[in-house]
Design a protein around this ligand. Structure first.
Ligand SMILES: NC(=O)c1ccc[n+]([C@@H]2O[C@H](COP(=O)([O-])OP(=O)(O)OC[C@H]3O[C@@H](n4cnc5c(N)ncnc54)[C@H](O)[C@@H]3O)[C@@H](O)[C@H]2O)c1
Length: 336
């Protein structure tokens, strides 16, 4: 059976997901799309050589009898509304991060899903599908380095636009670490503090860059994450886990090693789309396969909520300078 997908939002990542669902992955077909820029949606389909119905309103995609499942890839403030509508229609929905604009919004999605009695939501956190992170997780769960004690991480972008603000370092950038580090350590955050080192001359007035975010987890693990979004040299994701018996590091993306002009070098990626291109393929193939198998298993609405609770505490810590508690309610049995 071919799963018929409807996609709401045909911007950068919407087009990427339409391309991969249509031309790379198995078992699905994009049959409907919508975007507030209808002409842009039509042009995107033409460029991608895909025939699909174009709707002016995302709710028409959700309610189309031709659509089995929905991808929400529109702007952040629309995610909660479309995800709740898909749940109400009983259709599985893949929602790009963030699940909602606030922890309260994420909680509304969690409550609606529990009410529906079946997992219908997968959140677009792709790092748990990255081969490097999966290998790192296996080293930890196999006990190869003993119990994790400390994590040293970095999330660096070459540059960001003028519209990028200090809180966006949390909601747009750190949000991926907020999800993947919980998954990696099987732990939740207890407290957070944000420290601002000397500011880079390459930033602009609205953005304090870099930042260091320090967490303590419930098991007592200490995590430091450097966020540096005008680092100038490339898109660079680092993660090192220090355990009782050894240290494990996220592998570097593979590249040809070059010996030339008395130098030994490797290329560093610049575009985030290239760094996680395979992880995006794997996450969406899992969404398609899981729907067919009758049970979603990827990052859940609860994971979206947990990341959002931690993000809210980080933003508070940015302005207070204090160590702030991360207050997570107990996980409902529904998500065990
Ligand atoms: N998982 C990831 O690594 C990742 C990467 C990039 C973007 N994202 C998320 O994906 C979403 C889209 O990001 P993008 O970079 O593609 O942005 P974008 O601006 O390129 O595209 C968003 C599209 O949504 C459309 N849109 C806005 N409101 C709409 C509505 N009510 N109905 C239908 N269409 C609507 C816009 O017209 C635009 O074409 C964001 O929420 C972003 O956080 C996730």
């Amino acid at each position: 059976m071919t799963l018929k997908l409807g996609v709401i939002g045909t911007g950068a990542i919407g087009q990427e997901h339409i391309r991969r669902c249509s031309h790379v992955l198995q078992g699905a077909q994009v049959v409907a799309v919508s975007d507030i820029n209808v002409d842009g949606a039509r042009a995107a389909l033409q460029r991608l050589n895909i025939e699909a119905e174009v709707f002016e309103n995302g709710h028409d995609v959700i309610h189309s009898p031709n659509v089995d499942a929905v991808l929400v890839t529109s702007w952040d403030p629309t995610h909660e509304e479309f995800t709740l509508a898909a749940i109400a229609a009983g259709k599985p929905v893949f929602c790009e991060k963030p699940l909602a604009m606030s922890a309260e919004g994420c909680r509304r999605v969690v409550d609606a899903e529990i009410q529906a009695g079946k997992r219908l939501v997968q959140v677009g956190f792709m790092r748990p599908y990255d081969a490097g992170y999966r290998a790192l997780k296996k080293v930890i769960t196999d006990g190869d380095i003993g119990e994790p004690l400390m994590l040293h991480c970095a999330h660096r972008n070459p540059t960001v636009p003028e519209s990028y603000t200090t809180p966006m370092a949390i909601t747009n950038t750190l949000i991926h670490e907020l999800d993947v580090l919980r998954w990696l350590t099987s732990d939740d955050y207890k407290t957070v503090q944000v420290i601002f080192p000397r500011v880079t001359s390459k930033t602009h007035g609205q953005l304090k860059d870099p930042q260091i975010v320090l967490f303590e987890t419930h098991k007592g693990v200490r995590i430091d994450v450097e966020i540096f979004v005008n680092c100038a040299y490339g898109y660079d994701i680092q993660c090192e886990v220090v355990g009782e018996e050894g240290i494990a590091r996220l592998p570097e993306p593979s590249s040809v090693q070059l010996r030339k002009d008395a130098r030994l070098s490797n290329t560093i990626l610049v575009d985030w789309k290239d760094r996680f291109i395979e992880a995006y393929d794997v996450e969406l193939q899992a969404f398609i396969n899981d729907i067919k198998a009758g049970q979603l298993t990827g990052p859940s609405a609860w994971d979206g909520f947990a990341a959002s609770v931690a993000a809210d505490a980080c933003i508070k810590a940015q302005s207070s300078g204090a160590i702030e508690p991360v207050e997570m309610p107990p996980r409902p049995a529904f998500y065990n």
